[in-house]
Ligand binder design. Structure first.
Ligand code: F6R
Length: 612
């Protein structure tokens, strides 16, 4: 999870490195650090500081105009606490080589013991520092060739890593490597970049190169050479980034999260774009080469966190429209059991980043068991789509806030598109039913817009709940995973106890939590649903025990008296979570602001969870 950036070119390197770190800070913010090459053969300039990037910037009172190559790191701590000494970069004992790392080196203890025997002095508790010492020995053994040294070292490492290294004997060179963690190259004119994600260099170049598993990249201002670990030269896939720097800016909003909530109508429209033919058929060319999907006897969705909730919601549409049984499982649980997958099981992974380690490992596990894997992903060229048999990209644009909002909404859209694709091709739905549902999907951007335009009373009401100690969320059917999502958002943003329950489960235990004034947010099924009355009874049950109830209901649904009401537009029931979740996002956002928490960078979290 850590953010990594490197620059080599004519500019004073500190500027693009710090700009990159600002854009990557969402990946981790326990500490930050930079290393710059100075004069050939001299010690590197290094500064690193515990805490957010601002702490590091406060220490940097020189622009280092003569340093044209450098690396920077923003950390989400795994091995060793968030201290100055554990902050990256980590150095060789002669101060001439610096390394930054994202991931976990699993055999670091053995390596460290061996290196200490050889006389290396360690100054941190990290797994990364072993790499700095190993590399410095390997550079000597390989006649000063940093890329050859990196290949040799990678062959000794176990675990997952993106590594960047610089050495003062080759001051214009940055060498990187990746295994299971992300690394992309930004190709400029007379300058080149390396980063965990393209947002780090988007204001300098839109040309990028994708790096594969176990590849080493040797970057100078005039060239990029990619090799595998045996030293064979590889031609990386080049691509153009389709969004610009403004997409990765706050654009006048106080927080990225609020901006991203308000971008949801566009994200939905962009994800739907090009998905329908003129005669109202679903067009997902990416799936046309995967006949296994249409003959699947079971679909298994694997994901983590908020993306898992998208899967839980998508299950209803796939089962109802495509008539294929769907199981949804947490990727972290799937990998470590002995799942039964037949050739007739198709796996769908859902991941905004495409880098979540648990999801990646689960996808590999599923493939090793013979299943075809389709990924739903928001990040072009990331690892999970690269390794999948087919990919459907969501077009949410860059999601910077740690809490996922617009990515989730587009993930639900993608599952609905897959459901309709199968139903259309297999004839599980009539053409008129398919075209009716297409109309429903196309109406969603305007409906979300309507919720956002009328959100002011909700925003004010939400702030009024700021002193609550616990909030419960109730839903039934597709409203249940929406309730889980509402609770997750509140936990991660407002740091308060929150739980989502299925309405029917209330009487089996959770109702004991209700006391006078407990806020309960209930998602009401539509008027025509047989579950409306059941949820109305649940609301009465918690009201009778003193709960302070907020009901999210569409504009035609009758609701019990004596509750707060948030109205959303009427929609197909299976698509209702797309609308119902928006007020839940706003509720969590306002509670977080009112309680003074850091909305875009909640404590202890990082956006891309690239460790297991
Ligand atoms: C919560 C949140 C996380 C992510 C989860 C999976 O708001 O953002 O729960 O959904 O870490 O991340 P991706 O989708 O990148 O695999």
């Amino acid at each position: 999870m850590c953010g990594i950036v490197g620059y080599t070119g004519e500019k004073a390197a500190l500027t693009p490195v710090l700009e990159g770190l600002r854009r990557l800070e969402y990946r981790g913010y326990d500490s930050a650090g930079v290393a710059l090459t100075t004069t050939k053969g001299e010690k590197l300039f290094v500064e690193k500081k515990a805490g957010k990037l601002a702490n590091l910037e406060a220490e940097l009172n020189d622009s280092h105009d003569n340093s044209h190559s450098g690396i920077g790191h923003t950390r989400w701590a795994t091995h060793g606490g968030p201290t100055d000494s554990n902050a990256h970069p980590h150095l060789s004992n002669d101060g001439k080589l610096a390394v930054i790392h994202n991931g976990i080196i699993e055999n670091y203890l053995e390596l460290r013991a061996e290196l200490e025997k050889r006389g290396h002095k360690f100054t941190s508790e990290t797994d990364t520092e072993s790499v700095a010492h190993l590399l410095s020995d390997a550079v000597t053994k390989n006649g000063g060739d940093l890329a050859a040294a990196m290949r040799a070292v990678c062959n000794e490492l176990r675990g997952s890593f993106t590594l960047l290294a610089i050495h003062s004997d080759s001051p214009e060179r940055i060498v990187g490597a990746r295994r299971n963690s992300p690394l992309v190259v930004g190709v400029g004119k007379g300058e080149n970049f390396l980063a965990s994600d393209v947002s780090a260099f988007i204001s300098y170049t839109k040309s990028a190169l994708e790096l594969g598993q176990d590849e080493v990249v040797d970057v100078t201002p005039s060239g990029v050479i990619v090799t595998n670990l045996a030293g064979k030269v590889i031609t990386p896939r080049a691509y153009e980034i389709t969004w610009d720097a403004s997409a990765a800016e706050r654009g006048g909003y106080p927080h990225f999260m609020l901006k991203e909530i308000f971008e949801q109508p566009k994200s939905i429209a962009d994800t739907l774009l090009g998905r329908f033919t003129e005669n109202s058929q679903i067009a997902i060319g990416e799936l046309d080469n995967l006949p296994e999907l249409l003959s699947a006897e079971r679909i298994l969705i694997l994901a983590c966190g908020t993306a898992y909730h998208a899967g839980l919601i998508g299950k209803y549409a796939i089962e109802t429209w495509a008539k294929i049984p769907v199981d949804v499982e947490l990727a972290s649980e799937f990998r470590y059991r002995d799942p039964v997958l037949t050739k007739k099981t198709v796996v769908i992974t859902i991941s905004q980043s495409g880098e979540t380690m648990d999801t990646l490992m689960a996808a590999r596990h599923a493939k090793s068991l013979g299943a075809k894997v389709i990924s739903i992903c928001n990040t072009n060229g990331s690892t999970i789509p690269r390794e999948s048999d087919a990919v459907i990209y969501t077009h949410a644009g860059p999601e910077i806030a740690v809490a996922s909002t617009k990515a989730l909404i587009t993930q639900i859209i993608a599952t609905a598109l897959i459901a309709l694709y199968i139903a259309d091709k297999n004839g599980a739905l009539k053409p008129s039913e398919v075209s009716g549902l297409i109309e429903e999907l196309l109406a969603l951007p305007a409906k979300v817009e309507q919720i956002l335009e009328t959100a002011e009373p909700l925003r004010e009401m939400s702030r009024g709940f700021k002193d609550a100690t616990s909030v419960l969320f109730l839903g039934r059917h597709v409203g249940y995973p929406a309730a889980l999502e509402g609770a997750l958002k509140l936990k991660e943003l407002a740091y308060m106890h929150a739980e989502g329950f299925a309405g029917g489960e209330l009487k089996h235990g959770p109702i004991a939590l209700i006391e006078s004034g407990t806020p309960v947010i209930a998602i009401m099924p539509p008027q025509r649903s047989e579950l409306r009355e059941k949820m109305a009874s649940n609301i009465q049950e918690v009201r009778a025990r003193g709960a302070n109830v907020i009901v999210i209901a569409d504009s035609e649904t009758v609701i019990p008296a004596d509750v707060h009401v948030i109205r959303i537009p009427v929609s197909n029931q299976l698509l209702q979570p797309i609308l119902a979740i928006v007020p839940l996002q706003i509720f969590a956002y306002e509670m977080a602001v009112a309680r003074g928490s850091d909305v875009d960078q909640p404590r202890n979290l990082a956006k891309s969870v690239t460790v297991e």
